[in-house]
Design a protein. Structure first.
Length: 297
């Protein structure tokens, strides 16, 4: 085996972790793959024999690549993050792995948490993701953000508070999640408005991201309140009624298919037996780029 082949083999051992880091940093599966590929190219331009800890080196380099991408994204954005934005979800069939294994999967992260991460400044996001999610020491993160270890610790602390305050709690029991989703689908299937309202929390928030090109009833929107959200859900009840339950991030959600192609993907947060948050990705362009598994598999 050549040196290049051996290096490629060693890199592949770390790919899943690097992709997980990049996905949490960027909230986009496609951009995460780009970041991992850029890390591989950087490794190819480096003397690997000089690297004492390859895994740590790859993780921090991936973080630096993602940080540059986030800074560029922020610089291009003329307005604050749209409140209808929904990150790319990772979708898996229910039969893919059992709940205990699902909780440990490298890409298992809730869409609600990704939405909150989008509100952080790039440096805060890096410090929080690398330290709190991947246990990277602050001494290793500090050079990436060009700050002292103490200042980097403060970045992560500030981000941690914001994440804790803004991330909604959600029902961890898969069986109870299933009960609530089944009740929601049954109400949609039966056109039962009162049943829909009953399964929604009074202050439920719906965030629907249909992209920039969709207009009319299907356009991007943010709605709040059980009756308001139920009225919107009734308009799209035919899609909900025919949706397939799947893993969407780290919890159950719904995937609506039309002619075998994804029409929408919905993630929810559930508390006390009712839906408190709905995150719907319905952007045709982004849905076409999603990795959609065989949901019957």
């Amino acid at each position: 085996m050549s040196d290049e082949e051996l290096l490629a083999e060693r890199f592949e051992e770390h790919r899943a972790r690097l992709r997980s880091v990049a996905y949490r940093m960027l909230g986009s599966s496609a951009e995460a793959e780009d970041a991992v590929q850029e890390t591989w190219l950087k490794l190819g331009r480096t003397d690997a024999d000089e690297i004492d800890n390859l895994g740590g080196w790859l993780t921090t380099v991936t973080g630096r690549v993602c940080l540059d991408m986030l800074r560029s994204r922020t610089a291009r954005r003329e307005q604050p993050m749209d409140e209808t934005f929904v990150p790319d979800p990772v979708i898996r069939p229910l039969s893919h792995i059992d709940p205990e294994q699902q909780a440990m999967h490298t890409d298992s992260v809730g869409v609600a948490l990704l939405v909150v991460l989008e509100t952080l400044e790039p440096d805060e996001r890096l410090a929080f993701v690398l330290h709190d999610m991947f246990a990277v020491p602050f001494d290793d993160i500090a050079p990436v953000v060009e700050r002292s270890s103490a200042a980097t610790r403060q970045l992560a602390s500030r981000a941690r508070r914001r994440v804790k305050d803004a991330t909604p709690s959600s029902e961890p029991d898969v069986g109870r999640q299933r009960q609530v989703l089944d009740a929601f689908m049954a109400a949609a299937r039966g056109g039962d408005f009162e049943a829909l309202v009953a399964v929604l929390h009074p202050d439920v928030v719906l965030r629907a991201d249909a992209g920039a090109l969709v207009r009319g009833a299907g356009a991007s929107k943010r709605l709040q309140g059980a009756k308001t959200v139920a009225e919107s859900a009734m308009m799209f009840a035919r899609y909900t009624a025919a949706a397939t339950t799947a893993w969407v991030g780290d919890s159950l959600g719904l995937v609506s298919l039309v002619d075998g192609r994804p029409h929408s993907v919905m993630s929810v947060t559930i508390a006390d037996g009712r839906i408190t948050g709905m995150y719907i990705l319905a952007d045709p362009e982004r849905l076409d780029r999603l990795e959609l598994p065989d949901l019957e598999g």
